[in-house]
Design a protein around this ligand. Structure first.
Ligand SMILES: *Cc1c(COP(=O)(O)O)cnc(C)c1O
Length: 422
């Protein structure tokens, strides 16, 4: 499907007059409509809840919007927990899905009353230490089935190579130990394939986790209160890709639920999700201005944004669609490499991409940067993180994170010994 930016050239110019490019911008209306579609898709499950994966877009203004739509926060580190706390998430509004967890992080999650998702069976003893033996009533366990994860004839991922989760036997052992320590209810969590737009992913994962829950219930006698399907539902980064159909996905999970859990008397289990990308990616653009062009063995367009604003193309060779604002309908009769200014040749947002003729000063929208965009940013080459802006439902805009300044970059040095200009 043709990818259309959610803001016009006029709007981009209006915003850039106040907050210079590059900046990330988020579409409140799109975020809310999508969150409601997810909720509707799982409305058949009374306990359903999405815990937004904070790492995807760690901004309290975004978390607030999702909170208003009924979402909780999925955190995996101390600072993510602090951010959830700052927007008023407490107790079971927070899912703590971490791995290689430091003591202070676990302690903070416990003190907040978060659902704690244990990555390993040895973390039962760790949790005992952290809590002084006063364990939470409900504990979640992360599952790793090993082998490969397939949909039909397609191998989607290789859980046996993944560092996360524990084996079924280890889960049974952990449950028995936790029950002896007083834990009454359990959750199961697994994340077995990333960014998949195959609508069969969640239903297949659900089917595996539901069957696992039945087996573990039979083996231990424990009570499961939720199953957390985690993240992984993908988005259509490429225009020719189909988008995930969340209504179909929700219904596919319902069918497995009614087939596997309901007949076992386990129809009280709540379904949780921990989506990041699906919730935010399409509702963010990185807006950037063309600074330079050069003509060597290829045609290059150089932007004021670079990989430190959006790492995915450099890191994964990921495709991000690019629209030249104001030239939405122009023919794509030029071929460019679109680059940032890092001293790294992988700092390319697009390689040999067909685009309309580009001039210096043009403003481009790089699509689908709302998740794992700003958040993966870094300061290599002394590049500074950009601002984040919210395009509100009424068409006005709000700065929700200012751009870094040189002073931020130097802030961790001893400024009594060194004096930095700005
Ligand atoms: C990254 C992550 C998510 C979110 O993944 P998406 O691909 O953004 O949906 C959810 N849960 C855990 C534990 C994660 O690490």
């Amino acid at each position: 499907m043709k990818k259309t930016p959610f803001l016009t050239l006029e709007k981009a110019k209006e915003i850039a007059a106040q907050y210079p490019t590059p900046f990330h911008i988020y579409d409140e209306a799109g975020i809310r409509a999508n969150a409601r579609a997810l909720k509707a898709a799982f409305a058949w499950n009374p306990g359903f809840r999405e815990y937004f994966a904070v790492k995807a877009t760690p901004n309290p203004y975004i978390l607030k919007i999702l909170q208003e739509e009924g979402c909780g926060c999925d955190c995996s580190s101390y600072t993510e927990l602090l951010m959830a706390e700052a927007v008023g998430s407490v107790g079971h509004d927070i899912m703590f899905s971490s791995n290689v967890t430091p003591y202070e992080d676990m302690k903070k999650a416990y003190d907040l009353g978060a659902y704690i998702n244990l990555d390993d069976a040895t973390h039962v003893e760790f949790l005992e230490r952290v809590t002084g033996g006063n364990l939470p009533e409900t504990v979640c366990l992360r599952y790793n089935p090993g082998g490969s994860f397939s949909l039909g004839n397609t191998i989607m991922d290789m859980p046996r190579d993944a560092k996360y989760g524990m084996t079924e036997d280890q889960m049974a052992g952990a449950i028995n130990r936790l029950m002896a320590l007083g834990t009454k209810h359990f959750g199961i969590h697994a994340f077995l394939a990333s960014n998949t737009t195959n609508n069969g992913y969640y239903p297949e994962l659900a089917s595996q986790l539901f069957r696992l829950a039945v087996r573990l219930r039979n083996a231990t006698g424990c009570h499961f209160s939720f199953i957390n399907l985690s993240g992984g539902v993908g988005v259509d980064y490429r225009p020719e890709q189909p988008a995930s159909n969340i209504a179909l996905i929700g219904d596919g999970v319902r069918q497995q639920y009614e087939k596997i859990l309901t007949p076992e008397g386990m129809g009280d289990i709540a379904i949780y999700t921990e989506l990041g990308r699906f919730m935010l990616a399409p509702y963010g653009h990185l807006i950037s201005t063309v600074l330079h062009q050069k003509h060597i063995y290829r045609e290059y367009v150089g932007l004021d944004a670079c990989a430190s604003n959006l790492m995915r193309p450099a890191m994964y060779g990921a495709y991000h669609h690019i629209t030249v604002l104001g030239k939405e309908d122009a023919i794509l009769d030029h071929v460019y490499d679109v680059t940032g200014g890092l001293c790294e040749n992988n700092d390319k947002f697009a390689i040999e991409r067909s685009l309309p003729e580009i001039e210096i000063g043009d403003i481009v929208a790089i699509h689908d940067t709302g998740a794992h965009g700003f958040s993966m940013g870094y300061n290599y080459n002394g590049k500074l993180r950009s601002a984040e802006i919210l395009l509100k439902e009424d068409g006005t805009f709000q700065l929700i994170r200012r751009a870094e300044t040189p002073a931020d970059y130097f802030a961790t040095f001893d400024c009594t010994e060194f004096k930095f200009g700005n």
